[in-house]
Write a protein that binds this ligand. Structure first.
Ligand code: UDP
Length: 465
C-alpha cells in the first residue's frame, strides 16, 4: 500500500529503556514525531505498558523476560540486561513482523542508546535504525572518548580539572561517578556499549539542544554524530504547538499531584521549594536526615517527594513536625507541580530530565547530585547556565543541613537568587526557541521526518545528505 493511501507518511517504532527517566523523553519524542504526521508505535515492556497513555501514539508490549515487575523481578542487573537482549530481540522482531502483516510496515526504529542490540534486529529485518541518547552532550562526549580510548581510567585527581574541547573544565567531583567512584560493571558495560557501531546506524539523536552544550557535541561529531532534538518536555511548557500536550503521558507510580496543587494554591508566588531526587536515586539515611533538618530549618514551605521505598529512611520526628510548612508525598506529576507559580526553587538530584525540566520552566535549581551523570549536570546548571547552585558536600560526601538551608535562602531571598532568576528566564526562552518552529532542534526533527518520508537509504547514513 502506498504511504499516501495509508494516511501517514512513515511508521516509526519508538523503543525506550523501561525506566521513568528514559520513557519520558522518548515518549515526548514519539509525540513530537506524531505531531509532524508520522505514525508512531511505542514499544515497551509488559511491566510498563499499562503506565503509558500518550496523545496520538499506539503502545505495544514486548518482553524483557520479566513480565511481572521488570527490572525489580530480575535476580541481578546482569541477568536483566542479558534476558532483555535475548527475549527483547525476539519479541521486537515479532512485533515488527506483526505490524507488517497488519499492513502497517515499520520504516524506522528509534531505540534507546542503552538497548544497542536493537541494531541487530533492524539490520536483519532491513528496517532503518536511529539511536536516542538521554544524557547531555557533556556526559556523552566524556563516555564516547572513554569508549574510543581517547581518555583512559583511572583518571587521577592530580590531572584535574579535565579540560575537553567545547566544555568548561571539570573538577574531579564534577565528573560522572562511574569515573570516580563505585563502578557497577553491568552498568558500565552498558554505558560504554552505547558508543559501539554508531557508524552503522542511520541517525543519532540527543535530548539536548545546540545552545546548551552544542559545542561539546561538535568537538566529537566524527565519533558521536548527534542531532540534538531536545529538550523533550511536553509542548505546553514550551512552544505549545502540540495541542493538549500537558504531560509526558507515562507514570510508573501513582501521582499525588492534586494534593500538591491544592496545597500550593495557599502559598504566595515563588515562596515554596519543590524537592525531588527522581525515580532511581537511593539517598543515604544520613543524607536524608540532613535534608530533613535543612528543610525544617529554613522555615520555607516545601514539597518533598520521597518514594515509598525510601520513606523508611526518614527520621521519625520529621513527618509529625512539618505541619503546615511541608508536604511529604511519594510521587507526583513533577512538571505540573513545578509549574505552579508558588514554586520558587527546585532542589534536585540533577537527573538529566529534571535538569532540563527546571531549565524549561525557568525555575532556579539547587543541585544535590547523587551518582551517575548528575554531578556533571549540576556543573552545567551552576557554571554554564548560571541557573542555580550546586550544594557543597563535606569530606564524607554528605551535603549538610546548613548548606541546604544556605542554598535555599540564597536562591529564594538572596542577592545571588536575583541573578539566578534572571538567567533562568533567559534559558527558558532559549529552550523554547530550540523546539519552536524553525528552532535548532525543530529543524533537526523536520530533517529526520523529511528524509524518512522522502529520502532513499543511500542518502540516509548518519542522517547526512
Ligand atoms: N518525575 C515525576 N514525578 C516525581 C519525580 C520525578 O514525574 O515525583 C519525573 C521527572 O519529571 C523526570 C523523571 O521522572 O522526567 C526523572 O528523570 P530524571 O532524568 O530526572 O531522573 P532519574 O529518575 O532517571 O534518576
Amino acid at each position: 500500500m502506498e504511504k499516501k493511501e495509508r494516511g501517514y507518511s512513515a511508521h516509526v517504532i519508538v523503543f525506550p529503556y523501561p525506566s521513568q527517566g528514559h520513557i519520558n523523553p522518548m515518549l515526548q519524542f514519539a509525540k513530537r514525531l506524531a505531531s509532524k504526521g508520522l505514525k508512531i508505535t511505542v514499544a515497551t515492556t509488559h511491566y510498563t505498558v499499562k503506565s503509558i497513555h500518550a496523545l496520538g501514539v499506539s503502545v505495544e508490549p514486548i518482553s524483557d523476560g520479566y513480565d511481572q515487575s521488570g527490572f525489580w523481578q530480575a535476580p541481578s542487573a546482569d541477568a536483566y540486561i542479558a534476558e532483555f537482549k535475548a527475549i527483547g530481540s525476539r519479541t521486537l522482531t515479532e512485533l515488527i513482523q506483526k505490524l507488517d502483516r497488519l499492513g502497517s510496515p515499520v520504516d524506522c526504529v528509534v531505540y534507546d542508546s542503552l538497548l544497542g542490540w536493537v541494531q541487530n534486529v533492524t539490520r536483519q529485518l532491513g528496517v532503518r535504525g536511529a539511536i536516542f541518547f538521554t544524557n547531555s552532550s557533556f556526559v556523552c562526549s566524556i563516555f564516547c572518548r572513554l569508549h574510543h580510548g581517547l581518555l583512559s581510567l583511572p583518571l587521577s585527581s592530580d590531572a584535574m580539572p579535565l579540560t575537553l574541547p567545547g566544555m568548561v573544565p571539570l573538577g574531579y567531583s564534577e565528573l560522572p561517578t562511574f569515573l570516580t567512584g563505585v563502578v557497577y560493571p553491568a552498568y558500565w558495560t552498558m554505558v560504554m556499549n552505547q558508543f559501539a557501531g554508531l557508524d552503522k546506524v542511520d541517525w543519532v539523536f540527543g535530548n539536548t539542544f545546540e545552545r546548551l552544550d552544542g559545542q561539546a557535541a561538535k568537538a566529537i561529531s566524527d565519533l558521536w554524530p548527534v542531532k540534538m532534538i531536545g529538550p523533550m518536555v511536553p509542548s505546553s511548557y514550551l512552544d505549545g504547538r502540540i495541542k493538549g500536550d500537558t504531560s509526558y503521558g507515562a507514570s510508573l507510580w501513582k501521582p499525588d499531584s492534586d494534593k500538591c496543587i491544592q496545597w500550593l494554591d495557599t502559598k504566595p508566588n515563588g515562596s515554596a521549594v519543590y524537592v525531588s531526587f527522581g525515580s532511581m536515586a537511593e539517598v543515604s539515611p544520613k543524607q536524608m536526615d540532613e535534608i530533613a533538618w535543612g528543610l525544617k530549618g529554613c522555615n520555607i514551605p516545601f514539597i518533598w517527594v520521597v518514594k515509598e521505598s525510601e520513606q523508611c529512611k526518614l527520621p521519625d520526628w520529621f513527618e509529625p513536625s512539618i505541619e503546615d510548612q511541608g508536604l511529604l508525598i511519594s510521587w507526583c506529576d513533577q512538571l505540573q507541580v513545578m509549574a505552579h507559580e508558588a514554586v520558587g526553587c527546585f532542589v534536585t538530584h540533577c537527573g538529566w530530565n529534571s535538569t532540563l525540566e527546571g531549565l524549561c520552566l525557568g525555575l532556579p535549581i539547587i543541585g544535590v547530585p547523587q551518582w551517575a551523570d548528575q554531578p556533571t549536570n549540576a556543573k552545567l546548571v551552576e557554571d554554564v547556565c548560571g541557573v542555580g547552585l550546586r550544594a557543597k558536600m563535606d569530606g564524607e560526601g554528605i551535603v549538610r543541613r546548613e548548606e541546604i538551608e544556605f542554598c535555599i535562602r540564597e536562591v529564594i531571598h538572596g542577592e545571588r537568587g536575583k541573578e539566578i532568576k534572571k538567567n533562568s528566564r533567559k534559558w527558558r526562552e532559549l529552550a523554547k526557541e530550540a523546539v519552536d518552529e524553525g528552532g535548532s532542534s525543530d529543524k533537526n526533527i523536520d530533517e529526520f521526518v523529511s528524509m524518512l518520508c522522502g529520502g532513499n537509504r543511500s542518502t540516509l547514513i548518519n542522517g547526512s545528505i
